[in-house]
Design a binder for this molecule. Structure first.
Ligand SMILES: N[C@@H](CCC(=O)N[C@@H](CS)C(=O)NCC(=O)O)C(=O)O
Length: 208
């Protein structure tokens, strides 16, 4: 049995969508990062980095969104969370997954926590972050012009990850009007049954 420690509409949404796609029972434990619950001792014992997502499984505990997504794809090949190892799309999906986790996600962390980069000039840190995010979105805008999803014409885990981050754009008033392909793409992802179901659950959890 999996237990996902999540905070609504954060990067844990990507793992939540993957669990929903696997379609086996799982438990959700809400850690509200806006209420600083990720700094409480019980959660720190699970993840000393004080961040969601955390996945608990029979043999242990796993952190890092991209690592969890890969782990789940290996344990549940039937869910097709990643392209098969011998396919051309596999390398593209891996490239995107790592790019999202080591490049785009940290740009967003500049917007949420600029003081972690510089206590003296948080405004400048945010401004640079916004520009970097726009530059990165331009790359995805171009990529998605010729294909339905990030790694080709099938949806895989990196799509869940990029989709989760799309919610943060509104939060920081980053306008998608110049990215028409991405707008359509985010709509497409939101309409996948597992994503629609997770959005509903996270909305309910957020209001609780
Ligand atoms: N490297 C981690 C980053 C996780 C992360 O940044 N989680 C955010 C939510 S999207 C969080 O828990 N933020 C609270 C904080 O950093 O204080 C991963 O890839 O899972």
């Amino acid at each position: 049995m999996y237990t996902l420690y999540f905070s609504p509409f954060t990067c844990s949404l990507a793992v939540h969508a993957a669990l929903e796609k696997i379609a086996i029972p799982y438990e959700l434990k809400k850690i509200d990062i806006y209420k600083k619950q990720h700094f409480e001792p019980d959660f720190l014992a699970l993840n000393p980095n004080a961040q969601v997502p955390v996945l608990q499984y029979d043999e242990g505990t796993l952190t890092q969104a991209s690592g969890i997504l890969l782990y789940l794809s290996e344990c549940h090949p039937e869910a097709k969370l990643m392209p098969p190892a011998d396919s051309a799309d596999r390398s593209k999906a891996l490239e995107s997954l790592f790019y999202l986790s080591n490049t785009l996600h940290p740009y967003f962390l500049r917007l949420f926590y600029p003081e972690r980069i510089s206590e003296e000039s948080p405004k400048e840190v945010k401004q640079i972050g916004i520009q970097k995010i726009k530059d990165t979105l331009s790359l995805f805008e171009e990529k998605i012009k010729h294909q339905t999803f990030i790694a080709g014409d099938t949806l895989y885990s990196p799509d869940y990850y990029l989709f989760a981050m799309s919610y943060w754009l509104k939060f920081h008033n980053i306008d998608l009007s110049e990215f028409s392909n991405l707008r359509k793409y985010f709509k497409r992802v939101s309409q996948q049954p597992e994503v629609a179901s997770v959005l509903q659950k996270e909305m309910t959890e957020m209001a609780a």
